[in-house]
Design a protein around this ligand. Structure first.
Ligand SMILES: [Zn+2]
Length: 395
């Protein structure tokens, strides 16, 4: 899992970093295999193998089967050579994991942490917790290859800076990679929480699917887009912000963004909780909504189903644009069970063209609350094992 297929159409002159990508599937291969795959000279392959062996990224992996004569040695990617720190920060929680380079979790923690405490509190906490977790995994900062971190707000991916994040006071334009990188000495990749969830869900549960939309329904609503097998962030990192697409007939409902009629204003966990509270029910947030549905509250079930229809109406437009083969519904409100997803399916199938929905599956998250941290790991690993990073390591 978590490994892309080896690239097709291998270039004639293959640098060490590009060559290494062939081995990321963890399949043991002989020198002769690698000569056959790449079309490169045996001496070139031997020097690439030596360079990668010196980094620990590959190691001998036993002898290949043989039809006769001496059995040739094989080499394979060693995911344990380095580790990454994966961090999923939510509004009120911090999930951390130290994983190997195949995103296998070696140590993990889940702590309450308020993002609203600001970067001066949260980032030093992440550094301390990260060091503790490395120690718990029996590794130290020298083993660290990169850090991946998800934040609950808009992030300019190229700089790793949050941009006007509504629930993150004090974080606007903060240089998260600079601050964490100075402490831990490695590259830091930052993205919003929904994008890392999409990446985590895709790599762990749907790696055979190339077009997937992950929709997080909790206090807010957002989506992460996997198209042609890769996460698509758009020009500034704002792609997938479906929470502020407009819902027909909701023009009178104000949204926290300043507009009216946004999907988030009518169908988020917070919006449903507010509507239920207006009916005299005890509901302040998404978790209360889920609890009411689970206690077989008819009003809550109906409200969640209607929220599903509203979300489905907007997703039908997304289906027309992106033609995904899977829509994964995650976030706290997805825990309300079938009501949400039934409402979503109803609207999507009614409003999309048959060709787009013929093989479309609409399902709840499989990776669930682990999706974010696994996605943060995948983002960090992809950076650490990129051709350029491996070339730098072997230069
Ligand atoms: Zn809005």
């Amino acid at each position: 899992m978590l490994i892309d297929d080896p690239p097709r159409g291998v270039p004639l002159s293959l640098g060490t970093g590009e060559f290494f990508q062939l081995l990321r599937d963890r399949e043991p291969r002989t020198r002769a295999d690698l000569v056959a795959i790449t079309g490169q000279a045996r001496s070139t392959i031997a020097s690439r193998i030596d360079a990668l062996m010196s980094t620990g990224l590959i190691a001998p992996a036993g002898m290949a089967g043989s039809t006769g004569g001496r059995r040739p040695a094989t080499f394979a990617f060693q995911p344990g050579a380095r580790v990454v720190l994966a961090v999923d920060l939510g509004a009120t929680h911090a999930r951390l994991a130290v994983t190997d380079l195949a995103s296998t979790v070696l140590a993990a923690s889940d702590e309450p942490l308020s993002i609203a405490a600001g970067p001066d509190v949260v980032l030093p906490w992440v550094v301390r917790a990260g060091r503790d977790l490395l120690a718990a995994a029996g590794r130290d900062t020298a083993d660290l290859a990169a850090i991946g971190i998800g934040l609950p707000g808009p992030v300019e991916h190229s700089t790793g800076r949050p941009i006007n994040p509504p629930i993150m006071p004090g974080w606007d334009d903060i240089d998260v990679p600079g601050i964490l990188g100075a402490e831990l000495g490695v590259a830091v990749l930052v993205d919003n929480d929904v994008n890392i969830m999409a990446l985590g869900e895709h790599r762990t549960a749907w790696s055979d699917v190339s077009d997937l939309l992950l929709v997080k329904v909790s206090t807010g609503i957002g989506a992460g887009i996997i198209a042609d097998g890769a996460l698509r962030r758009g020009a500034q990192g704002a792609a997938g912000d479906v929470g502020h697409m407009s819902v027909p007939g909701a023009d009178h409902v104000p949204c926290r963004c300043g507009n009216t009629g946004c999907l988030e204003a009518v169908a988020s966990g917070r919006a449903v909780a507010t509507a239920l509270a207006a009916q005299g029910l005890e509901a302040a947030d998404s978790a209360d909504v889920v609890a009411l549905v689970r206690s077989r509250g008819t009003a809550a079930s109906q409200a969640v189903r209607q929220a599903g229809r509203d979300i489905g109406g907007v997703l039908a437009s997304c289906v027309s644009v992106l033609n995904p083969s899977v829509i994964v519904i995650g976030g706290v409100v997805a825990d309300a069970g079938e009501h949400l997803i039934a409402g979503i399916r109803e609207a999507v199938y009614r409003r999309s063209l048959p060709l787009a929905t013929q093989h479309l599956r609409i399902v709840t998250s499989r990776a669930r609350e682990g999706a974010g941290v696994l996605g943060a790991s995948a983002m960090a690993v992809d950076h650490a094992l990129s051709p350029a990073a491996v070339d730098a390591l072997t230069a």
